[in-house]
Design a protein around this ligand. Structure first.
Ligand SMILES: Cc1cc2nc3c(=O)[nH]c(=O)nc-3n(C[C@H](O)[C@H](O)[C@H](O)COP(=O)(O)O)c2cc1C
Length: 199
């Protein structure tokens, strides 16, 4: 039995390829781990704000700072980190927009990567503080980035693996629905991606 956190970052609702791929991963996980619970965080419906000065001040304020301004600014980050800490498995849906992750997902990342909470420099080098988490990336793209000539333009998966590793999550598996904009692949891309899922 696992606690699963699903992160949705596509704006396309039920038609979203990344969300359908995430759902396929979660269905397999629920079969593998009966009794598992799923919490969904939809970053399009509930937006995390771009970082403003108030957030930065709060992130680096002493923990005993209890002002209202501090509490308001830190609220999103605390909430997002608490959801991560509570989860055993995190499934992140990632539509590729303009060769990278959507800004909604980046905004969430900016709230979860926080000194003293998810990483520290205590030993003179960065140390991730999230332990024993498993992440599945469900990436959907118009082109093909897992292999071939566009592989060098795959900025999303390397970045996500790096930043997740930075906060302590090193066990990351990627599944893809790719080629949905390519005439020769678009008919089969979703089915192929869904069938590739093994957990
Ligand atoms: C605004 C926008 C930008 C996109 N940029 C790219 C891109 O740079 N490279 C690519 O391969 N596909 C791109 N696509 C295609 C999407 O990655 C593809 O439609 C994918 O299925 C989106 O995920 P979703 O179905 O979960 O929303 C873009 C789509 C949109 C809407």
């Amino acid at each position: 039995m696992k606690k699963i956190l699903e992160i949705v970052s596509s704006a396309r609702g039920a038609a979203s390829n990344s969300t359908q791929l995430s759902s396929a991963i979660i269905e397999k996980l629920k079969t593998q781990y009966p009794g598992s619970t799923v919490t969904q965080r939809d970053l399009v419906k509930k937006k995390y704000p771009h970082l403003e000065e108030s957030h930065l001040t709060a992130f680096f304020a002493p923990p005993q700072n209890e002002s209202e301004a501090y509490k308001t600014a830190i609220q999103h980050s605390d909430e997002a980190i608490a959801e991560l800490e509570a989860a055993d498995i995190i499934v992140i849906g990632v539509p590729i927009y303009n060769f990278n992750i959507p800004s909604a997902l980046k905004a969430w990342i900016d709230h979860i990567v926080r000194a003293g909470r998810t990483f520290s420099y205590g030993a003179g080098r960065p140390e991730g503080l999230l332990k024993n988490k498993k992440v599945y990336l469900a990436i959907a793209s118009g082109g093909v980035f897992s292999e071939g000539p566009m592989k060098a333009m795959d900025y999303a998966e390397p970045y996500l693996k790096w930043i997740l590793g930075f906060i302590g999550v090193h066990d990351v598996t990627t599944f893809r629905v790719e080629g949905v904009s390519l005439p020769e692949l678009r008919e089969t891309a979703l089915q192929k991606g869904l069938e590739s899922v093994v957990v």
